[in-house]
Design a protein around this ligand. Structure first.
Ligand code: UGA
Length: 430
């Protein structure tokens, strides 16, 4: 099927490449000309494992192309996926101006039937707004429909998640729209859940909010473990063995970050309030999350006493492993807090150095974890990169001023670290 993607960011690009891989003819457009020029040269604007070869292979096969014109997107795809950003406004609610602008643009170019599917994460009832806008601005006679088809991919394993999703959610108003979207996803082996549009929109917000709640719950339990002297890793393992709870997203640490959870929890809280429900649980999820980073900085202060003029190695800058994305990265937030207190931070990250350098110039960037640790009074593990698990700790210890590790991700083995002669602190573990 001919499919268009408007907005070639993380979601748009991954979705487009995966739909092409499954045999569809996909046109991805974006208003960012530089990004499209880069993609046309076979270069990726983001680091995502496996993406480059997938994109290149499908471009070569003639199933995937890139452009900058929404007009071309409307002309090409029977289905048009809206994958533009829905960033947070100062009050936490989602800024839907890009969605509205794209809807208006689509309307202006409509010549024959099109199914416009929201893939961006949007508050409930956005679909009916999109429908109104397209109805208002389209040429009178042209037929169209709106649908909601949220994505559930995680950065770092976006392709695996898109190719093998737990479920495909299709929110539609008619059998026709359902049939079209079922055909799009026919080559994917996954259960399909068909709902009305608003329920599909809510499934996305509720899923992300629930996962964020699991993480905050684990972080709160981690604090209790720390106060009592128990081990949060064992506690959450035991809790997660209950099939009703499940083991995922129960890792205590410095809290969740990234472009989705912080924004979506805030937007879900905001739309709930707008609808007349005080979803105070979500505010508590946010509070526990923000507290996690404060408690980690306190832990650093407890260890170093005076932070001012101390050299601190930051291992990790991205918001999680296997991505170069630093949006809402808790690692960066913690670094900024320590710099504010006068620390000299030397940072290393396997992928995110360039993006971090462009956004923060108050720290030193290093090409290896050992270079970052040179002369350091403490090393902080801030991102869960596998590389940090497999460090040459003997070498690390030699270059540090004092062998202290504060592990914000519970990545390392406390017993082994102590054996190696490190002062080792982690989250919620004795
Ligand atoms: C998240 C969801 O997991 C996806 O299902 C969703 O599609 C996506 O948002 C989105 O809305 O687009 P993502 O932001 O890529 O995906 O990353 P996650 O793997 O969910 O991690 C989010 C944050 O939680 C990271 O900072 C991670 O380090 C943290 N985290 C995760 C924990 O602190 N503990 C955990 O147990 C798991």
């Amino acid at each position: 099927m001919k499919i268009s993607i408007i907005g070639t960011g993380y979601v748009g690009l991954t979705t487009g490449a995966c739909l092409a891989e499954r045999g569809h003819a996909v046109l991805c457009v974006d208003q960012d000309r530089e990004k499209i020029a880069l993609l046309r040269r076979g270069k990726m604007p983001i680091f995502e494992p496996g993406l480059e070869s997938l994109v290149k292979g499908n471009v070569r096969a003639g199933r995937l192309s890139f452009g900058t014109s929404n007009k071309d997107a409307v002309a090409h795809g029977k289905v048009i996926f809206m994958c533009v950003a829905t960033p947070p406004r100062p009050d936490g609610s989602a800024d839907l101006s890009a969605i509205e602008a794209v809807a208006r643009d689509i309307a202006g170019h409509l010549k024959e039937f099109r199914l416009v599917a929201e893939k961006s994460t949007v508050p409930v009832a956005t679909g009916s707004r999109v429908k109104d806008v397209i109805s208002k601005y389209r040429p009178q006679h042209v037929d169209f429909e709106v649908a909601s088809n949220p994505e559930f991919l995680r950065e770092g394993c976006a392709i695996e998640d898109t190719m093998n999703p737990d479920r495909i959610v299709i929110g539609v108003e008619s059998k026709r729209a359902e049939t079209i979207l079922r055909e799009v996803y026919k080559p994917f082996k996954a259960p399909v859940l068909v709902t009305d549009i608003m329920s599909a929109e809510l499934i996305k917000h509720a899923s992300n909010a629930f996962l964020a709640m699991k993480i905050s719950f684990a972080n709160a339990v981690g604090q209790i473990c720390e106060l009592a002297g128990a081990n949060v890793v064992e506690v959450t393992r035991g809790v997660g063995m209950d099939r009703r709870i499940g083991p995922g997203f129960l890792n205590a640490g410095i809290g969740y970050g990234g472009s989705c959870f912080p924004k979506d929890v805030a937007a879900f809280e905001a739309i709930s309030r707008e609808l007349g429900y005080d979803f105070s649980l979500l505010r508590e999820v946010q509070r526990v999350n923000e507290k996690a980073r404060d408690l980690f900085v306190k832990k650093v202060e407890r260890e170093l006493w005076i932070v001012k003029d101390k050299t601190i190695a930051a291992l990790g800058l991205s918001f999680k492993a296997n991505t170069d994305d630093i949006r809402e990265s808790v690692a960066i937030k913690i670094i900024r807090m320590l710099v504010e207190k006068g620390a000299k931070v030397r940072a290393y990250d396997p992928q995110a150095l360039a993006k971090a350098r462009a956004s923060m110039n108050t720290i030193a960037y290093c090409r290896s974890p050992y270079e970052a640790a040179r002369g350091a009074d403490a090393a902080l593990v801030l991102t869960d990169w596998e590389e940090f698990r497999a460090l040459d700790f003997g070498r690390l210890k030699k270059v540090m001023a004092h062998p202290t590790i504060l592990d914000g991700r519970n990545l390392l083995d406390p017993g082994k670290m102590r054996e190696l002669g490190f002062t080792y602190r982690s989250i919620g573990r004795p």
